[in-house]
Design a protein around this ligand. Structure first.
Ligand SMILES: C[S@@+](CC[C@H](N)C(=O)[O-])C[C@H]1O[C@@H](n2cnc3c(N)ncnc32)[C@H](O)[C@@H]1O
Length: 265
């Protein structure tokens, strides 16, 4: 099988257990929708929407929203959330690198901690810009490489088998210089902001154990090491706990993130 296809299939399996983490991404969703200045009647796309927290928040402003994700159990939950919130959102199964929409179909394209996992940044960004109307807004939330979540991905990268050639580390999307370069001349008025997510937890080991059950890349790595190399798994857990400890105070883990907004030319 094509290595990229295999890589994405493994990612999909990892993300199937993400739903409990929506309690953390729900407040951040409101922050992103505000940052993007979503307004009533705009056509909005939420790329890699997971359980739909951004899509539903946008729909509650009166926007006409579509959410896309490649993990079916998360879409099922997203549909339940939309029903409960009393909003209509068109949730579709699909790949962020092959968006099943016409050129210029949306006024706003959003992604919260989502498009960063598409393996090829140039492909996903050209898709997100292709479906965006000129003058429309692209906005996303991402994890910087030098703070907790970004450093976690870098740690995973040291323990996981190397990805197929051309696959970029997700936290590079959290570096403003990389974002500027990737959006390139296709956009103007790039604006950055930063915010913080607080994760309640009883100890660094509790946080790590929770991420092992819910955060796709951690879940997949732990699953692989459990069968192949218990000693290395223990070493990974020790390193992960030490990393969490740097950001843990008063039973909260501090997770800083970057917000980006730009206008398509
Ligand atoms: C960290 S979760 C974020 C979900 C949601 N945006 C939120 O903020 O709660 C990452 C999401 O990206 C999705 N995803 C990763 N790669 C994808 C791809 N190539 N195409 C579509 N969805 C993808 C996963 O299925 C998962 O729902």
């Amino acid at each position: 099988m094509d290595p990229l296809r295999q890589f994405k299939d493994a990612q999909k399996q990892g993300w199937a257990h993400f739903a409990p983490l929506e309690s953390l991404t729900t407040p951040a969703a409101a922050r992103l929708v505000k940052h993007a200045r979503v307004a009533a009647d705009q056509r909005v796309l939420d790329v890699a929407c997971g359980t739909g927290v951004v899509a539903i928040t946008a729909a509650r402003t009166g926007a006409r929203v579509t959410g896309l994700d490649f993990t079916p159990p998360l879409l099922e939950r997203a549909r339940e959330h939309a029903d409960l919130a009393g909003v209509a959102v068109d949730f579709r199964e699909g790949d962020a690198e092959h968006l099943p929409f016409d050129d210029e179909a949306f006024d706003v394209v959003l992604s919260q901690f989502g498009h960063i996992f598409a393996p090829r940044p140039d492909v996903v960004v050209s898709e997100m810009l292709r479906v965006l109307n000129p003058g429309g807004t692209i906005a996303f939330s991402t994890w910087p490489p030098d703070v907790f979540v970004g450093r976690t991905f870098m740690l995973i990268g040291r323990y996981a088998p190397p990805p197929p050639p051309g696959v970029a580390p997700p936290p590079l999307w959290g570096d403003p210089n990389v974002v500027r370069e990737r959006l390139g001349a296709a956009v103007k008025d790039i604006t950055f902001d930063r915010d913080r997510m607080w994760v309640p937890t009883l100890s660094p080991a509790h946080a790590r154990a929770n991420y092992e059950k819910t955060a796709g890349p951690v879940t997949k790595l732990v699953e692989a090491l459990s069968t192949s190399d218990q000693a290395r798994l223990s070493e990974f857990r020790r390193e992960f706990d030490a990393l969490v400890a740097e950001y843990f105070e008063d039973n909260l883990v501090r997770q800083d993130y970057l917000l980006t907004r730009a206008t398509k030319i």
